[in-house]
Design a protein around this ligand. Structure first.
Ligand SMILES: C[S@@+](CC[C@H](N)C(=O)[O-])C[C@H]1O[C@@H](n2cnc3c(N)ncnc32)[C@H](O)[C@@H]1O
Length: 350
């Protein structure tokens, strides 16, 4: 295994700049919290409807207008709102993403990332010993908890849509889906990826496979229309639908530790046609100093589910344990996603 060598970002060497940089690192939680509060209280929605003064935002919630002013003033520094004359504020295009009716709304993600997705980080010290911070917090694994709390299941699926939406067109453009007959999306959640693939290519048959809460979101149309798609509820650790010639696995392997990820791949290998392809749609962690969010997402999934982000070499090891082999890795136009294609280990061509 190649050891990752990371050059730290170039930091200015004078003590004042170093102190400032360290203060920024230590206080970034403040920004996350402020953004989450702004989203949770629906301030972007209210501003879209014309409220432009702290008092107007404060009144419906019984808040103190002076304190709301201070929140808004702080948020001007990160580009969520701008302050105008007379204590009025304008929502920026960035701030609009925190509104529920914005086309590319990220409001649910902003809220959830300051609820249990933030609380698990409080247990990072302990989690470095082992275990899963989410389980320490809630007493059960994430997907079990989501299954028992349908409202949370729906919010999680909404967050998935918000976070992964920009990757979807990049995936559709990066791979030749049209030449496949039966595409099966494993852990496809609300179905947004299949919906986009079928909108671009009407030929292939498609099956969406997920736990009940994912299928429930798909049935409500949360990820877009799914014309003719078979909706299959099930547990990927038991069995997955058979006979596909293309299996999609987007952001599922990273939710699980190696043993479980191998089980998932083995179940796909058992179910797939001998000439089928498996596309793992994630972003390999770079082994050089290429930037990217993977090294941080790696910690988040470690805390949330006990999962991991992986290097391409690590994916290859998992594939080999499931009688598969890496065929190729295609970049996409989106920096957070690549198409990692695997085939049966005995396939003649990669
Ligand atoms: C991180 S989400 C990704 C959803 C979707 N693929 C996407 O990219 O937006 C992981 C998905 O895997 C599903 N999942 C997790 N464990 C599963 C299991 N044991 N069996 C079936 N689906 C599972 C979840 O319900 C969820 O929809």
């Amino acid at each position: 295994m190649k050891v990752e060598s990371m050059r730290p970002p170039k930091a200015p060497a004078d003590p004042v700049s170093l102190h400032k940089k360290m203060m920024q690192l230590m206080s970034s939680l403040w920004v996350t919290r402020a953004v989450g509060t702004f989203a949770r209280l629906g301030f972007a929605d209210a501003m879209e409807k014309g409220a432009d003064q702290p008092a107007a935002l404060a009144a419906p919630h019984g808040l103190d207008a002076g304190r709301v002013y201070r929140l808004l003033r702080a948020l001007t520094t990160v580009g969520i709102v701008t302050e105008n004359a007379g204590g009025r504020f304008t929502l920026t295009p960035l701030g609009r993403l925190l509104g529920s009716s914005s086309t590319h709304s990220m409001r649910t993600a902003a809220i959830l990332l300051t609820e249990y997705h933030a609380d698990i980080w409080a247990n990072l010290d302990g989690a470095l010993k082992g275990g899963t911070a989410f389980e320490a917090l809630k007493g059960q694994p994430l997907f079990e908890w989501l299954g028992k709390n349908p409202k949370e299941g729906a919010r999680f699926q909404r967050m998935m849509l918000e976070v992964h939406e920009p990757e979807t067109p990049a995936i559709v453009a990066a791979y030749d889906f049209a030449r496949h007959q039966h595409i099966i999306d494993i852990g496809g959640g609300n179905g947004s990826l299949l919906s986009a693939i079928l909108a671009a290519h009407s030929g292939p048959r498609a099956t969406l496979f997920d736990l009940p809460e994912g299928i429930a979101a798909a049935k409500l149309g949360a990820g877009g229309p799914l014309p003719g798609v078979t909706l299959a509820e099930g547990d990927v650790f038991k069995a997955v639908p058979e006979g596909g010639d293309l299996y999609l696995v987007r952001h599922l392997l990273h939710d699980y530790a190696d043993e479980e990820a191998v089980q998932i791949l083995q179940n796909i290998r058992r179910a797939m046609r001998p000439d089928a392809r498996v596309l793992v749609l994630e972003k390999p962690v770079p082994v050089d100093d290429t930037p990217g969010p993977g090294r941080w997402l790696d910690l988040h999934v470690m805390l949330l589910t006990g999962g991991a982000e992986r290097t391409l070499e690590e994916y290859s090891v998992l594939f080999a344990r499931a009688d598969l082999k890496l065929a190729r890795c295609l970049p996409t136009a989106h920096p957070a996603i690549e198409v990692i294609e695997a085939v049966a280990a005995d396939a003649r061509r990669g």
